[in-house]
Design a protein around this ligand. Sequence first.
Ligand SMILES: Nc1nc2c(c(=O)[nH]1)N=C([C@H](O)[C@@H](O)CO)CN2
Length: 119
Amino acid sequence: MDIVFLGGLKIDTLIGIYDWERQQRQTVILDIEMAFDIAKAADTDDIRYALDYKTVSDRIISFVQASEFFLVERLISEIAELILGEFAVPWVKITLNKKGAIGSGIDVGITIERGVKST
Ligand SMILES: Nc1nc2c(c(=O)[nH]1)N=C([C@H](O)[C@@H](O)CO)CN2
């Protein structure tokens, strides 16, 4: 299966367990890989048969900006469900980096895979 990816997607959101984190938005950085057969889009050169990464990106940005979760586990799981549920994507891999959450320049976060990745 082919992969359509979104890398370095930076989105401001309310996320975290501490009081100060409920008062100010922080930036999360998403790297997303989505399984998708690109054959028909390649053959036709027509966006209607592609997984439009702009459409996916806009949807994720609006969802994450509006969210107010405590844990990155919950946020990343909801993003995976959104992608699998709303787009023709059978498998997704997401890395969420809450950079700086435990100190300047330190990367922390989670990587998950959801769905079925066929060969
Ligand atoms: N596994 C997790 N550990 C921690 C989380 C989290 O969401 N998942 N969150 C925090 C704090 O909100 C942190 O980001 C700020 O110091 C701590 N550990």
